[in-house]
Design a protein around this ligand. Structure first.
Ligand code: ZN
Length: 300
């Protein structure tokens, strides 16, 4: 296929280049690489349920999980998208960084990928231990599941694009969820869209396909540090009827289902230590970005 040089930005004048390799391709021993044997031993060892709740449709709730515990989020009644936020439990300035995670792993994540925190911390918050939807792979339109391309739905863009007012978008659900923990709307950040299938079309435009989850599908995380997590059951439900406007809003409630959250601790409290696991630590960079700060007035 010939491409006009103007349309291609003059690429026809450039010699061909080889297919690029992923910029952050993990290697053995890299912090991006999870030891699958260690991961499966943690995931399969007996565990004790310490918290469990079912999140109703179009709502939000937050909970805590200590380092070394397992968090399981599932679809007890079938397909439903969930928007997830994560903070360090003791320091909400450290929170999930969706775009860096997308860059380090992939646009859609699954078993053995990690969810990383923002600067100046830059460490794993959660590691995905298991994902029953890894069967989905890539669909015929290039869609994949557990989305890091997009973000949460919110009432502001809804107003901009449709003129409507609605108080139970994921952004609002997450905002209400964290109020009991002393956080506000300004602490809500870009999410991971759990169970959500998305992709980019041939022009790079974002699209969403219906959620493929069935009853009992799940994703499980190992908490790599003490975390506060908040989840919203997206008012778009399974996204099979997604759209803007009042009428579509009424229809979408027909494809909304609850999500279930469970937090477990390992019965063998020493297992994590035996397999060499430690809570994650912030990146060691302690520079000053080249800044030299004077103590006070300089006298000659
Ligand atoms: Zn949403």
């Amino acid at each position: 296929m010939s491409v006009p040089s103007e349309a291609a930005g003059g690429l026809t004048t450039r010699p061909p280049i080889p297919k690029p390799v992923p910029a952050y391709l993990p290697t053995t021993g890299s912090p991006l690489t999870v030891d699958s044997g260690v991961s499966s031993s943690i995931q399969s060892t007996p565990r004790t349920l310490i918290e469990s709740f079912t999140l109703p449709i179009r709502s939000g709730r937050a909970w805590t999980a200590s380092a070394g515990s397992i968090v399981r989020i599932s679809t007890p009644e079938g397909p439903q998208v969930g928007d997830l936020n994560i903070w360090n439990l003791h320091n909400p300035r450290e929170h999930f960084w969706a775009s860096r995670t997308r860059q380090l792993h992939a646009s859609h994540v699954s078993t053995h990928d990690r969810l990383w925190s923002c600067l100046p911390y830059m460490r794993p918050m959660l590691t995905i231990l298991a994902d029953s939807l890894d069967r989905y792979g890539q669909d015929e339109h290039g869609g994949r599941v557990h989305d890091l391309l997009g973000t949460r739905c919110d009432p502001y863009i809804n107003k901009v694009l449709s003129g409507g007012s609605y108080d139970f978008h994921c952004h609002s659900n997450l905002t209400r969820a964290v109020l009991p923990y002393g956080l506000t709307e300004f602490d809500v950040h870009d999410v991971i869209n759990l169970f959500q299938v998305t992709g980019l079309d041939e022009k790079g435009r974002y699209f969403m396909n219906p959620c493929p989850a069935r009853k009992g599908d799940y994703i499980e995380f190992l908490a790599e540090q003490d975390v506060l997590m908040a989840l919203s059951t997206c008012p778009g439900g399974d996204l099979s009827l997604w759209g803007f406007g009042t009428d579509s809003g009424k229809e979408m409630i027909n494809c909304c289902r609850p999500l279930k959250v469970e937090v477990f601790k390992l019965e063998d409290a020493d297992l994590l230590q035996r397999v060499g696991w430690r809570p994650s630590e912030p990146a060691k960079y302690r520079g000053m970005h080249g800044i030299v700060v004077v103590e006070g007035e300089q006298r000659s």
